[in-house]
Write a protein that binds this ligand. Structure first.
Ligand SMILES: Cc1cc2nc3c(=O)[nH]c(=O)nc-3n(C[C@H](O)[C@H](O)[C@H](O)COP(=O)(O)O)c2cc1C
Length: 166
């Protein structure tokens, strides 16, 4: 694949989140992007590599939490996004403090800008690639107004800048 075409996929600024999921007593977390799909009903999409440990947990539970991280959690996002749940218990290894979700079984990561609890409403297996797009219906939500989210662009991380006013 031409490098310039791969680069095209990195030019869309997107949120940096940690997806957490739990099935039975197994819990997992991975770093990802997330995309708004619809306001009514409230739907959010994530794209998850089918080979990942978190993928299995989402498949089994049909639920996931989107932990919208802040700049102080950037190191955590990098670690969670490079270690594999099949090899390590990331919650233990990275000292991740969690709290209970209100509507789903997945653990919420403390200290985030927002917690969005989702139940899988539909999923699309991309047959050419190896990802499944999960469209989650938001069933629980809380946020901290005094914190801000992170943005991922061209493999770099940014805080949200000044608001544009017309
Ligand atoms: C900034 C960032 C964004 C990422 N976005 C995705 C994504 O959208 N989908 C995906 O499948 N993996 C994504 N990853 C890679 C996974 O987080 C990584 O493979 C992780 O180790 C999977 O963990 P698991 O095997 O425990 O589920 C991203 C990693 C980083 C650092």
């Amino acid at each position: 694949m031409a490098e310039s075409l791969v680069k095209a996929t990195l030019q869309l600024p997107c949120s940096v989140v940690i997806i957490s999921a739990q099935a039975g007593d197994k819990k997992g977390a991975m770093t990802a992007g997330a995309m708004y799909v619809s306001q009514v009903p409230p739907l959010i999409a994530v794209s998850v590599d089918n080979t990942l440990a978190t993928s299995q947990l989402i498949e089994q539970s049909q639920e996931f939490a989107i932990n919208v991280i802040t700049d102080s959690q950037l190191e955590l996002a990098k670690r969670v996004g490079s270690a594999h749940g099949k090899d390590v218990d990331k919650f233990h290894e990275f000292n991740i403090t969690t709290e209970s979700a209100s509507k789903i079984g997945a653990p919420l990561i403390s200290g985030c800008f927002a917690h969005i609890e989702c139940r899988v409403r539909s999923s699309l297996l991309e047959s050419e690639g190896n990802h499944t797009i999960y469209i989650g219906e938001v069933v629980g939500f809380k946020m901290k107004d005094d914190l801000g989210p992170l943005v991922w662009l061209n493999n770099r991380y940014f805080t949200v800048g000044a608001e544009c006013r017309i």
